[in-house]
Design a binder for this molecule. Structure first.
Ligand code: AMP
Ligand code: MG
Length: 247
C-alpha cells in the first residue's frame, strides 16, 4: 500500500487535506493522526473490518481492545452509557489525556472492544485530532500508531518507521505535547479504578472522585494466568517511570 504523507502547518488553510483524511476513515481506510499524548492509528470505530485492519497493521492481538476517539465529551452518549461520574470527569479533564471505560452500546462492534461489553472513550485536545473526528462524523478507533511491542510514537518520523506502507495516510502535526499515553479509568457508579497511569495523575483524579482505587496490574507484575481489568496490561507492564511505552 502507498502511504500518503501530509504535514499540517496551518489547520485553517488545510481543511481540504483533513476532509480527505476524514473521507478515508469513513470509507474504512486507516489514517495516522497526531494527538497530545501519542500518535494514533485511526479507523472507523463503527466498522468491524476497519478494526481488523488496525489490528493487522499494528500486529496487535485482537483481544486487546481499541480506544474510540470522540470530538466532544457529550458524544460518549451515542456509543456508550455514561453516568454522572463520567460527566464530572469530562468537565474536569476533557478534552485531554483521559480515557474512560463505559458500558458499550450496540453500534460499537465487539471487534473494536476485543469482545468486551465495555468501550474505552477519549476526547483528544489536539486541534488536528479534534477537527478530523468532527469532519469524519464517526468515532475513530485508534491505538497508538506503533507496531505492537515497539514504543508509542510521539512524532510523524517515528510513525513512518513502523507504519509506512501499512496505512493510507499519515498526518504530521508536529511533536506530541504530552508524549505519554492517556490515563485509563474504569467506572462502577461513583467508584473509579485506575487501569493505566498516564497524562492525568492519580492525585488529579482524587480531586474529582471520592473512591479511587488502583488496579493490581498498575502496581505489580501480575502472576501467570492472572487476568487484568485492562487486557493490554498483560502484554507489557506499564511502569510509571518510563517516558516511552510499548504496545
Ligand atoms: P493503546 O491503544 O495502545 O493506547 O492501548 C489501549 C489500552 O486500553 C489497552 O491497554 C487496552 O487494553 C485498554 N482498553 C481499551 N478498551 C478497554 C476496555 N473496554 N476495557 C479495559 N481496557 C481497555
Ligand atoms: Mg499502545
Amino acid at each position: 500500500m502507498q502511504t500518503e504523507h501530509i504535514t499540517i502547518k496551518d489547520l485553517s488553510l488545510q481543511e481540504n487535506d483533513l476532509s480527505r483524511a476524514a473521507e478515508i476513515l469513513r470509507n474504512g481506510g486507516l489514517v495516522v493522526f497526531p494527538t497530545e499524548t501519542v500518535y494514533g492509528l485511526g479507523g472507523n470505530g463503527l466498522n468491524a473490518d476497519a478494526a481488523k485492519k488496525i489490528y493487522a497493521a499494528k500486529g496487535r492481538p485482537s483481544d486487546n481492545p481499541l480506544i474510540i476517539h470522540i470530538a466532544v465529551p457529550e458524544d460518549a452518549e451515542k456509543y456508550a452509557i455514561p453516568n454522572d461520574t463520567y460527566r464530572r470527569l469530562a468537565k474536569a479533564f476533557m478534552p485531554g489525556p483521559l480515557t474512560v471505560i463505559l458500558p458499550k452500546r450496540e453500534n460499537i462492534p465487539t471487534s473494536v472492544t476485543g469482545g468486551l461489553d465495555t468501550v474505552a472513550v477519549r476526547c483528544p485536545a489536539h486541534p488536528v485530532a479534534h477537527r478530523l473526528i468532527e469532519l469524519a462524523g464517526i468515532p475513530i478507533a485508534a491505538p497508538s500508531a506503533n507496531l505492537s511491542g515497539k514504543p508509542s510514537p510521539t512524532s510523524a518520523a517515528h510513525v513512518a518507521e513502523d507504519m509506512d506502507g501499512r496505512v493510507d495516510m499519515i498526518l504530521d502535526g508536529g511533536a506530541s505535547e504530552i508524549g505519554l499515553e492517556s490515563t485509563i479509568v474504569k467506572l462502577d457508579g461513583d467508584r473509579l479504578t485506575l487501569l493505566r497511569p498516564g497524562g492525568i495523575t492519580y492525585d488529579a483524579l482524587c480531586m474529582v472522585c471520592d473512591h479511587v482505587t488502583v488496579a493490581d496490574a498498575v502496581t505489580h507484575q501480575l502472576a501467570e494466568g492472572e487476568r487484568p481489568l485492562s487486557p493490554g496490561m498483560k502484554y507489557r507492564h506499564y511502569a510509571p517511570h518510563r517516558s516511552r511505552r510499548a504496545s
